[in-house]
Design a protein around this ligand. Structure first.
Ligand code: SF4
Length: 90
C-alpha cells in the first residue's frame, strides 16, 4: 500500500482554526524544510512566496515541531477534542 493510499484511509474532522502557527518572517530555508518534512503536505508555498498551512490534513505526527523548532513554529498543539485526524489501520 502506498503512502497516499494509506492516507486516504484516515478520517478527518477539521477544527475551525489552525492548531499550527508559523513565525511571520521565515527564511527560505525554513520554508523549504517545512515543505520537505511534512508527510501530509500541510505546508505549501504560494505564488507570492507565502506559505499556507493546510492544517485540516495534519497527521499530528509532530515532525514539523521537532525538526523546524520554535524558530519556525510559534504554536503547535493538538486540535480540540473531537477534531483532527482519526487514524484507521488495516
Ligand atoms: S504535525 Fe506532522 S502532519 Fe502535521 S503539519 Fe507537522 S509534520 Fe505535517
Amino acid at each position: 500500500m502506498s503512502v497516499n493510499e494509506s492516507l486516504l484511509r484516515n478520517c478527518y474532522h477539521p477544527a475551525n482554526a489552525s492548531h499550527i502557527e508559523l513565525h511571520a518572517q521565515l527564511t527560505d530555508e525554513q520554508y523549504a524544510l517545512l515543505e520537505k518534512i511534512c508527510p501530509a503536505g500541510v505546508f505549501q508555498r504560494q505564488a507570492n512566496g507565502q506559505i499556507s498551512v493546510h492544517f485540516q490534513g495534519c497527521l499530528e505526527c509532530g515532525c514539523c515541531r521537532r525538526v523546524a523548532g520554535d524558530e519556525a513554529i510559534t504554536t503547535w498543539r493538538f486540535p480540540p477534542s473531537g477534531a483532527g485526524i482519526h487514524l484507521r489501520y488495516g
